[in-house]
Design a protein around this ligand. Sequence first.
Ligand code: BGC
Length: 395
Amino acid sequence: MTSKDTDPKFPTSRTKLLDSYSYDLLFNESVSAILRNQSANGAIVASPDFAQYQFCWLRDGSFSAYALDCAGKHKASARYHAWVNDAIGGISGIIDDVITKMERRDDVDPAIMPPARFALDGTSVVDDWPNFQIDGYGTWLWSLGQHLVESNQATLPKEWRSSVARAARYLATFALSPCYDVWEENGSAVHTSTLACVYGGLTSAASLLDDPGLLETAAVVKDRLRATIINGVYAKSSENSDVDASELWLLTPFHAVEVNDLAFVETVTTIEERLTLKGGLRRYSTDTYFGSGAWPVLTASLGWHHLNTGNGVEARRCLDWLAERFDDNGNLGEQFGGEHRDLRHYTEWVDRWGPPASDLTWSHAMYVILADAITRSGLPATGSRAGDSATEAAT
Ligand code: BGC
């Protein structure tokens, strides 16, 4: 475990807790943070403290809803899914329109695509944000499937059926189209981790809707994924042969590759070699956002991957890395260390948007997901089963 003593560049106010901090305490802090950041209507704000993130992203929100299910907060997770259902209902005309255009082979303007993020009241935001990001729709369908499993529901509630079918049709239609990636960048490329999110969404929707046709489209996406392998490694995108840490999701959680897929094994090794920063993971080599620090979301994804491939020690190390980044108020930020790695770009972003988000709901979600996965795996942990004390009534 890294500590302040060995790592002066990462001063952490949690140091006094490092010897005795309880995984349960941090788990409960993170669950509370997600609940606190959820509006009464179910929307989950990306960050309460960062002006640019006062919206609900399908990506962040859907991982957060899965975290709520991991913590037994099924009612709160259901509220999120009901909110997405309404939000998709509100843009049904946009989705149907772009699908029709694509089927007719008309030009589809990326600026009019269904949004990646919504206002907390569920309405679309009209601005110049790069909306065309299909991964979030895939992640939502995956998360909804998990919600039903975790909350012991055998079938999809009928009031959600049409938005699930619409989101699945949207994904099936645009699965192989270039669009912005999970970092909302590079709209002209096909991104490997986006393909994985789409695959996860389509396979989930196939089972939710009992529609085997969606599995056929998912198989096409899987074939396209194989085509992204360059020199034995899954490339970041059709325009970039480097790796991206979000490619960890190819296996966990979206199962778009097999556990013994050699190119994937090599991709993970390459991600670790190229993107590790002080024990955490950066997004990609040429990233400059706030100096490109290490992200809890990605470091937890690495731990989740290791856990699912039998390396509990590495999973626990990743969890510890996140645990050390909580501040005294229980906040867990978006990224750490960019100011030391690349001060010029860090400052550039601070001048534009202020300091990076010091509390990111998705970071909390990934702490919960990894801590829960470790607990479920039976790996020895300090304290009792994380989250046992949290009651559904609190939601
Ligand atoms: C990240 C996205 C994320 C959004 C909100 C952006 O900086 O690149 O992946 O969805 O912030 O957290």
